[in-house]
Write a protein that binds this ligand. Sequence first.
Ligand code: ADP
Length: 604
Amino acid sequence: MVTVCALAVVSLHRLGQASQAILQENYRSILAAQNMIEAIERQDSATLLLLLGHNSEGQKQFQEYEVEFLKWLGRAHDNITIAGEGQLVKTIEAKYQDYLTAFSQLREWRLTPAPNLSTDYYRQTMQPQFQAVRERCIELRRLNQQIMEAASIRAESVSTRAIGSMLLTSTAAVGSGLAFSLLLSTFLVRPLREMSRASDRIAEGDYDVVLSIRSNDELGNLASKIVTMSRKLQEFHQLNVGKLMAEKQRSEAIISSIADGIIVVDAHSQIIAINPSAARIFHTSPQLAQGRSFVDVFDHQELYESITITAQTGETPYLSEEQSILSMSDDNPRQYYKFSITPVKTEDDQMLGVVLLLQNVTQLKELEQLKTQFVMTASHELRTPLTGISMSIELLMESAQEKLSPTQQELLKAAQEDVQRLRMLVNDLLDLGKIESGRMEMDVDAVSLGGLLEKAIALFSRQAQEKGVKLTSSLPENVPDVRADANKIIWVLTNLIANALRYTDTGGHIHLTLRRLGDYACVLVTDDGPGIPLDYQPRIFDKFVQVQTPRDVGGSGLGLAICKEIVKAHGGTIWVDSTPGNGSTFTFTLPVVAASAITRTYET
Ligand code: ADP
């Protein structure tokens, strides 16, 4: 653009100079020639005036225009700029002198008494001289006009050339500007683009970046830094990947070596990890199970539901002892697994998945069965001799009463009581064994729980009265019947009331409540006795569990275990709510007739 401007200035300057030259060089000469023409024409008129007899007027005008002519002739003389002009001016000068001389002659004749001569003189001498001067002046004007035209043509050509050169220069300037931009984009934008692409690849985790920028400027510097950075990142990544791989392999090795089955599922119950033990349990292989949905691999709807609920809620599900046992009937011998479901969360409480842990408890189960079997056999074997001993003691007490001293009688009485206790224990054990092994006979019918409660109260009212314990009840009539074996439920009720009576001191209060709870009828046995310590509450329904107290209140620790088995066999549940020092409430539920879930048959 600077070049274009400079060129424009030079061209305009030259154009100006050319125009100025035209004006300077020729204008004055043309003006002079024009004025000389006018002056000599006036002088010619003055000559005619003179010829017409206006002597003084003619002379005066002639002289006046003589001065004018000479003035312009002088200027023309001073402004000789073109070839031939000087010569022409000199000719005009000479011819004008001749004309002046001729006029003097004419004037003299006009003043003398021979004026007739003057007309001819004018025609023959003066007019040709006048014409000669005038023509030379016209020639001078034409010469200058020609030069002026030539100068104008020259100026025009200069201007055309200036326009052309300016167009050319502008085009060249635009072209070179474009070329420069292209060059800039090649040298600046291309490397930047290349570096941007490289950064994108690094961001996507592809650290194998090569850049073709080799310049020694800032761009080259930046490019080499990007390459260095990508290498460092790659090293770091490989280091991390290596560590992670080692960590993963270690975890996998640990999980694989664990004898218990472990299955890890994600929040959508898809199997993320499974160890060989777990795969064996479900008769599959880790390779087959991995990545598939839990329910597609393992046909255990209840387990799947528990896992799904845990994955959705993030809470460890509550499962009772029985619910947390998985029985694999396909296996021979049948295998039992105790399982636990645990949610896996991040530090900020985001659900990652669920871990299912399966422990083989078949041996424990078998041991338990053996134990039950042994207890039942032993109880059975003990029952007959115990009956015998009891009868013998009774006979002895009746027949030899007079011969026995009071101490001996006391001893026999104590023996009889112990035998009775032993017989009760043996009976309890036998009952429990029967229920547990599913061999207890059940006589199921529609039963009014209210009626059973009234019977139970009647059984204990005297005992309660004697002990000074108040026995009350709330028995609404609108509670539907339940499907149950009336004798078994009476057994449960008497056991709970007997316990309450046993552990409630004189002046205490036992209250029985019957109410409906959805599809269940429920019975609450509330006392204001000592309550049950918190650590005992979860296992109070287990066999032989008795709260350790300083005073011996008797009992075998089997009553609640039998209650639980009976209630369970009816499709109900039993639990205790107790605040130590503030009494206990034992509650059990039984399904009402319409919703009865008792479909199982119990064999003897
Ligand atoms: P037991 O034959 O010893 O009564 P149970 O199975 O009926 O056996 O009861 C187990 C234990 O639970 C008892 O030994 C007692 O410590 C506790 N228990 C049962 N009922 C009550 C109650 N109503 N109040 C306080 N403790 C109770």
